[in-house]
Design a protein around this ligand. Structure first.
Ligand code: ADP
Ligand code: MG
Length: 495
C-alpha cells in the first residue's frame, strides 16, 4: 500500500520534499518519538476534560506525526473529522497544546483521503490550525492584564452559547425566561443576583453564557466577565502570593456583569468566600448584575458561609430540571439540523426515549451517531442508533449502576426508560419498575430513598413496598421467577 502525501499550496514542501531535502531532517526524526510521548500527555488532559465517549470518538483516532519548529502535525481520518474538532474542541485543544508544547506551538492536520482506487492510495492534505498567536496571557490572571489587554475585555465567553440555540421546554422555561429578562436589562431587574441551579449537563453554563453574549452584543461598552469559582479562587490565591490583592479586588469591582459558574466549588474556601462576599456587596450596591450557577439549591450548598447564601437568595433562584421527552426530541432535532443532518423522526424518538439523563449525554449520543454515519458511512436509522447507545452503555470498566438495571429490564419488556420511571400503574409497567427497584437493592449500594429518587422521586416506603411485592411474586409466580433469574444472571455478569 502506497502512502502519498499531498500538501496544500500553503505549505511549500510536500512531505517527501521535507524528508529528502530538509537539512534538519535529523532533528525532525529525532523529535518524532517526542511528539508521540508529548501527545500522550495531551491525551491525558483531554481525557479529563471531555466525556469518555467524546474522548474515544474524537481524540483517540488522532495520530501525532511530528513536532518540528513549533508545528505539531497530526493525522485525522477525514475532512469532516477535522472540521468537527475545530468547531467543537478548538479552545480545549489549543489550551492543551499550549500547555504541553508551549504557547508558540501551532497545529497542522493531515487528512487521510481514502481514494478507494485499486491501489488504495492514502493521500494526506495538510490543514493549518491555530494560525493566530496567543492573545496576551488570557489563560492566566485576568487582573494582571495590561490596560490595553483589559480593553479588549477578555470576557471568557464562548460565542457558541446563545439564546437562539437554547431549546426551551417545561424543564427550563422559567430559568430561560429569567435569563432573557436579565440579559435585556442587566442590573435593572429584581433578579439580582440570578442563581441558576441544577445537576450536571442540564444547560446552566449554556444559559449564563448566553446572557453574557447577548449583553455584549447589545451593549458593547458593558464589561462582562465569565468566570467560575475555581478560577476566582485560583486568582485570589495568586494575588495574595504576588501581593496584588488590591488589584484583584479592583479588577472584579470594575466589572458590570459578573458571571460566576459552579459556585459549589467555593465550598470550604473561607478566605476566598470572604473576598467574594465583599466583591458581591460592592457590585450589588453599584447596581451591577451578578449571575451565578450551582449544582444544588442555595439551601443545600454545604461549606459555604451563611451570609453568602443569604446574599444569593436576595434575587432569583431558579432551577433547571431534567428535560422531558419532547424537549429532548427538540434538542436532538435542532442539534442535528445545525450539523446539516436530517434525523428521521423514529431515530429522534428512539434516542430521546433511551437517553433520559442530561443534555450533555444526548449531545454525546448524537455526536457518536454522526461520527458513525460520516466516518463509517453507515445509514442513519434505528439500528445505528441502537448500536451507538449499546456501545455507550457497554463500556468495559464502567461501574454497574441503577441505570444499567433499568436498561436490562426495559429492553426485556420492550419499554422505554421514560415509561419505567413514569407513574403508570399498568401491570406490566409497574412490575418492570418494581423489578428494577428490587434488583437495585441487590446489586447497588443505594439506600431505599436513593433508589426512589431514580424513579421520579418516589419515597423509601414505595421502594420497600416494591421489594416486598417482588419477593411475593418470586414465591408464587413461576413466570416472574424465570424472568427474575434471567435478570439476576445478567446483572451478575455485568456488575
Ligand atoms: P451544565 O453547565 O448544566 O453542566 P451545560 O450548559 O454545559 O450544562 O450543557 C451541556 C451541553 O448541553 C452543552 O453543550 C449545551 O450547549 C447543551 N445544552 C444544554 N441545555 C440545552 C438546551 N436547552 N438547548 C440546547 N442545548 C443545550
Ligand atoms: Mg456547567
Amino acid at each position: 500500500m502506497n502512502k502519498i502525501s499531498e500538501t496544500l499550496p500553503l505549505f511549500a514542501n510536500t512531505e517527501a520534499d521535507l524528508l529528502v531535502h530538509n537539512p534538519d531532517f535529523e532533528k525532525v526524526v529525532s523529535k518524532d518519538s517526542n511528539a508521540q510521548s508529548q501527545w500522550e500527555k495531551c491525551l491525558r488532559i483531554l481525557r479529563d476534560n471531555v466525556s469518555s465517549q467524546v474522548y474515544n470518538t474524537w481524540f483517540t483516532p488522532i495520530k501525532p506525526i511530528r513536532f518540528y519548529d513549533n508545528l505539531l502535525t497530526v493525522q485525522v481520518p477525514s475532512q469532516f473529522f477535522y472540521e468537527w474538532i475545530e468547531q467543537h474542541y478548538y479552545d480545549l485543544l489549543q489550551k492543551t497544546l499550549w500547555e504541553i508544547f508551549g504557547d508558540k506551538s501551532r497545529l497542522q492536520y493531515e487528512v487521510v483521503v481514502d481514494n478507494s482506487s485499486e491501489t488504495l492510495d492514502k493521500r494526506t492534505i495538510n490543514i493549518p490550525a491555530f494560525q493566530h498567536e496567543p492573545v496576551g496571557k488570557q489563560a492566566s490572571l485576568s487582573f494582571a492584564l495590561t490596560a490595553n489587554e483589559k480593553k479588549e475585555v477578555l470576557s471568557f465567553l464562548n460565542p457558541r452559547y446563545s439564546f437562539d440555540n437554547f431549546i426551551t421546554g417545561e424543564s427550563n422555561q422559567l430559568a430561560s425566561s429569567a435569563a432573557k429578562a436579565v440579559a435585556g436589562n442587566p442590573g435593572g431587574t429584581s433578579f439580582n443576583p440570578i442563581l441558576i441551579y441544577g445537576s450536571a449537563g442540564m444547560g446552566k453554563t449554556h444559559l449564563v453564557q448566553a446572557i453574557g453574549n447577548f449583553i455584549k452584543a447589545e451593549r458593547p461598552n458593558v464589561k462582562v466577565l465569565y468566570s467560575n469559582s475555581e478560577r476566582f479562587t485560583m486568582e485570589f490565591v495568586q494575588s495574595i502570593e504576588e501581593k496584588k490583592t488590591a488589584e484583584f479586588s479592583n479588577f472584579y469591582r470594575d466589572i458590570d456583569v459578573l458571571i460566576i459558574d459552579d459556585i459549589q466549588f467555593f465550598k470550604g474556601k473561607e478566605k476566598t468566600q470572604d473576598n467574594f462576599f465583599h466583591t458581591f456587596n460592592a457590585l450589588h450596591q453599584a447596581g451591577k448584575q451578578i449571575i451565578l450557577t450551582s449544582d444544588v439549591s442555595p439551601k443545600e450548598l454545604s461549606g459555604v458561609e451563611e451570609r453568602l447564601i443569604s446574599r444569593f437568595q436576595w434575587g432569583l433562584n431558579v432551577d433547571i430540571q431534567k428535560p422531558e421527552l419532547e424537549t429532548r426530541m427538540a434538542i436532538l432535532n435542532k442539534k442535528a439540523t445545525n450539523e446539516g443532518i436530517e434525523l428521521p423522526y423514529d431515530v429522534i424518538q428512539y434516542i430521546a426515549q433511551n437517553i433520559t439523563g442530561s443534555i450533555r449525554e444526548l449531545e454525546g449520543t448524537l455526536i457518536s451517531l454522526i461520527a458513525k454515519h460520516t466516518l463509517d458511512r453507515k445509514e442513519i436509522n434505528i439500528n445505528l442508533a441502537k448500536e451507538v447507545i449499546n456501545g455507550m452503555t457497554k463500556k468495559e470498566d464502567k461501574e454497574f449502576t441503577i441505570e444499567d438495571i433499568k436498561e436490562i429490564v426495559a429492553s426485556y419488556y420492550n419499554l422505554s426508560l421514560d415509561v419505567i420511571e413514569s407513574k403508570s400503574r399498568k401491570h406490566e409497567i409497574a412490575l418492570a419498575r418494581q423489578m428494577c427497584m428490587y434488583l437495585a437493592k441487590r446489586f447497588t449500594n443505594l439506600s431505599l430513598k436513593a433508589i426512589g429518587s431514580h424513579f421520579g422521586g418516589r419515597d423509601h416506603s414505595t421502594v420497600l413496598h416494591s421489594c416486598t411485592a417482588i419477593d411475593n411474586y418470586l414465591d408464587t409466580d413461576k413466570r416472574v421467577r424465570t424472568v427474575y433469574e434471567q435478570f439476576y444472571k445478567e446483572c451478575k455478569n455485568r456488575s
